[in-house]
Design a protein around this ligand. Structure first.
Ligand code: GTP
Ligand code: MG
Length: 300
């Protein structure tokens, strides 16, 4: 499962990528809208696996995995003049979901590219880019189906008509500025849409990137298949890096200073995993139970 970390320039994408993956990729290096990706695979921590490991002492403990990619290169107005670059779109379409980083932190050292910090505005800017992209895809497809029907070139007219109706529904939703994941599609409809790489259809975790001493921000952003959470990106990155370096003493000191009781990375990774509608599977328990048992019994 692959999730893309997206957001406007200087929102803290690489910082949060490092916080989630215990990485040390350089931050604060403006990509100037240039397409680039970083990738890392993380374990989805599941406390049940710890309990079972203690009980059964297996040779190998396997956690579920998520791949995060840090996607640089999306900026305001990306859809003007021919749309997002093919390379960027290709990458975005191939992802299973998004982690959308929205800047709420203020910093004199890192001026906001638009001159002021406004999380609601920024969230909307990128949402609009995705909506416009999907609207273009939907309109082109509708034209093609209508063309085929008009010219009598369509073999299965009933199927084309059903597809056209679905795309008309998508068109209405997007025109009302609602993301496609707000629609309750049937399995069959989802299957029909799989090949189109529609961006607003993908499940999304919105991370509000707040400053070290800042209170949590509420964006009133309520959509199906969407979760919203606050994260002190820079602080969490520093904690994750201390943890990766095995510097327990500094880590504990730091956590106490900022009143942090646990690293947020496991929480956010868990949120992403749950959002994708997946449940941790415990493969080695399956082996212990032997074949032929129901999967329900393999789960504690
Ligand atoms: N004070 C503060 N600074 C932050 C925070 N998150 C990121 N920064 C700083 O903001 C700058 C940009 O962060 P990056 O993580 O590189 O942002 P980005 O979204 O990856 O930027 P691009 O890749 O250029 O689009 C860096 O100097 C970070 O140290 C935060 O929570 N608080
Ligand atoms: Mg970056």
């Amino acid at each position: 499962m692959k999730l893309g970390i997206i957001g406007l320039p200087s929102s803290g994408k690489t910082t949060i990528f490092n916080a989630l993956t215990k990485g040390d990729a350089p931050t604060g290096q403006s990509m100037g809208g240039r397409f680039d990706v970083l990738t890392a695979v993380v374990d989805v921590y599941d406390p049940r696996v710890d309990v079972l490991t203690k009980m059964f002492n297996p040779k190998k403990t396997t956690f579920a995995k998520i791949t995060y990619t840090d996607v640089a290169g999306i900026k305001k107005g990306a859809n003007e003049g021919g749309g997002m670059s093919g390379e960027l779109l290709n990458h975005l379409s191939g992802l299973d979901g998004f982690v959308h980083v929205v800047r709420a932190f203020a910093s004199d050292l890192v001026p906001h590219p638009d001159g002021s910090v406004d999380a609601v505005r920024d969230l909307e800017i990128l949402d609009t880019e995705f909506l416009l992209n999907d609207l273009g895809v939907v309109e082109r497809r509708m034209e093609k189906i209508e063309d085929g029907l008009r010219k009598g070139a369509t073999k299965n007219k009933a199927a084309a008509q059903a597809e056209l109706e679905l795309f008309q529904q998508l068109n209405e939703t997007l025109s009302e500025e609602r993301p496609l994941r707000t629609l309750h599609l049937t399995d069959e409809q989802e299957k029909m849409l799989r090949g189109y790489g529609l961006l607003t259809l993908k499940p999304t975790v919105v991370i509000i990137n707040i400053g070290d001493d800042q209170a949590e921000v509420n964006l009133n952003y309520d959509h199906p298949q969407t979760v919203v959470t606050n994260l002190r990106g820079k602080l969490e990155m520093e904690l994750a890096q201390l943890s990766a370096a095995g510097d327990t003493e500094s880590l504990e000191m730091f956590m106490e200073e900022y009143g942090v009781t646990e690293l947020s990375l496991d929480k956010v990774i868990g949120l992403s995993y749950d959002l994708m509608g997946l449940q941790s599977f415990l493969p080695w328990v399956k082996t212990k139970c032997g074949p032929g048992r129901s999967s329900a019994k393999q789960r504690p």
